[in-house]
Write a protein that binds this ligand. Structure first.
Ligand SMILES: Cc1cc2nc3c(=O)[nH]c(=O)nc-3n(C[C@H](O)[C@H](O)[C@H](O)COP(=O)(O)OP(=O)(O)OC[C@H]3O[C@@H](n4cnc5c(N)ncnc54)[C@H](O)[C@@H]3O)c2cc1C
Length: 433
């Protein structure tokens, strides 16, 4: 099932691999940004645009994290908890929802105004219901999103579903017209270009290993030497490690697995996804899918394992998931498979905070193209004193569990429970598999 030229790396790297950033490190900077994904780069861009010297330090070639490994679905600021008002209060919930709209608009406007070459298309998103009950819940949720997020969402009953997806796997679904798709690695490359053009410095292979308080700021010990900074931004999301234990213990890092099919005849790809929207579903162990920008491949994500697994081992599991949705793809082989790290939080919200010149953004909860770009920009604007109002995700209580230190030992157990629940939902709906 692996193509002869199968590669254990993101399909996106064929067009836009992470580029090295090897120049020497400066001895000091106004703001050091740890992590060179969307979030870190957007923070650096906002800082540089406001005349503040920003230095981005990444442990790898910048972009080698989730920024160039994701699906490229552009779906707003991501899913918000149903009980948001009760959790954060009506006033804060309204600001968060406003941020959701602003974030989405910001990225779309940036792509348009700067003419970013990121293969952006707005064709909408189909969200498939994995059970009858899930379909009813989706329809109710769509009503709320139409109202509170001002989105154009319509229900697609099961009888009409084949207009959207060439599969009988789902029990109907909803379509969100505003959703789009882009080439995630090209987006990273373009934001990096903007940040560098604005004057930010970006350095790779510069893992930050220590942060020490010094008079007037911080001293960072990196794999390539020492840098002093007045302020520091931590933007390491799913790759957060021992450097920042207080953030790490509030995040649940999860490996997300993806694959690309080999090129298919265009009519076969189009039969699977006739509207060429992005797709996802309501399962706890979700599937997500889209066509490649040239429409010749399906890029598919599914839960391969609940702990880190080798890409070669993950590929057949993903392929089996793909064939549950489209059995006719059994003979189509896998050309690329890869994984990346996502950070979940215990309250399912992203967080942003600051103390004594040390700032952080963390917890994309699987949706970060728009969300982490926006929050990166927000933290940059905050440092520059240029926010027009505080961001809704700022300084919220950031929960953890009493003995949790950042190693999610419970994931395989949760995963088994999720798989069972998904299966049970389908069985109760009269469908196995
Ligand atoms: C497989 C997959 C599919 C996804 N699909 C989607 C999608 O379709 N739509 C969507 O909106 N979101 C999606 N996401 C989520 C999205 O990719 C992330 O939310 C987003 O990339 C996070 O950006 P970031 O800048 O916060 O973190 P990252 O891009 O992960 O960057 C963090 C960086 O920190 C660096 N780092 C870590 N520790 C250190 C250190 N000590 N010193 C220096 N550098 C360090 C890492 O090297 C890394 O480059 C997906 C994620 C994955 C993994």
């Amino acid at each position: 099932m692996l193509a002869a030229d199968w590669r254990p790396q993101p399909f996106w790297w064929e067009d836009a691999p992470p580029e090295p950033a090897d120049a020497d490190l400066p001895a000091r900077t106004d703001v050091a940004v740890i992590g060179g994904g969307y979030c870190g780069l957007m923070a650096a861009l906002a800082l540089a645009q406001n005349g503040i010297q920003a230095l981005v330090l990444d442990a790898e070639d910048p972009g080698a994290g989730a920024a160039t490994r994701n699906h490229g679905h552009v779906g707003g600021i991501g899913k918000l908890p149903a009980n948001l008002e009760r959790r954060v209060g009506a006033e804060r919930a309204a600001i968060i929802k406003d941020d959701a709209v602003r974030a989405w608009n910001y990225l779309r406007d940036l792509i348009r105004d700067e003419g970013l070459d990121v293969d952006y298309v707005q064709r909408g998103r189909f969200l498939g219901a994995h059970s009858r009950a899930a379909y009813d819940a989706l329809v109710r949720q769509a009503e709320d999103q139409r109202r509170s997020l001002r989105m154009t969402i319509h229900a697609v009953p099961r009888e009409e579903q084949r207009r959207e997806i060439g599969s009988d796997f789902y029990f109907g679904g909803t379509v969100t017209e505003e959703a789009g798709a882009l080439h995630p690695a090209k987006l990273h490359r373009e934001i990096r270009r903007l940040a560098e053009r604005a004057g930010a410095l970006i350095r790779g292979k510069a893992r930050v290993m220590t942060i020490t308080r010094i008079p007037g700021g911080y001293r960072l010990g990196t794999a390539r030497g020492v840098v002093d900074a007045d302020q520091v931004v931590v933007a390491t999301n799913g790759y957060t490690g021992a450097l920042t234990p207080d953030i790490r213990r509030r995040l649940v890092p999860v490996s997300a697995y993806m694959m690309a099919t080999e090129e298919m005849p265009p009519d076969l790809a189009a039969a699977c996804m006739p509207t060429n929207r992005t797709g996802g579903d309501t399962k706890r162990a979700i599937y997500a899918y889209r066509l490649s920008p040239d429409g010749r491949r399906i890029i598919f994500a599914g839960r391969a394992k609940w702990h880190a697994a080798d890409d070669r081992l993950a590929a057949p599991i993903l392929h089996a998931h793909l064939c549950r949705v489209w059995p006719e793809l059994r003979e189509i082989r896998v050309s690329h498979s890869w994984k990346g790290q996502i950070a979940f939080t215990f309250d399912h919200l992203p967080h942003m905070g600051s103390q004594d010149g040390l700032h952080f953004v963390a917890g994309c909860n699987s949706s970060g193209v728009v969300r982490m770009s926006y929050l990166g920009r927000q933290i940059g604007l905050k440092i520059a004193g240029r926010q027009d109002r505080p961001c809704g995700f700022e300084d919220l209580k950031f929960p953890t569990l009493p003995t949790y230190r950042g190693t999610p030992w419970f994931l395989p157990i949760v995963g088994r429970y999720y798989n069972l629940r998904d299966q049970l939902d389908r069985t109760l709906s009269g469908r196995w598999g």
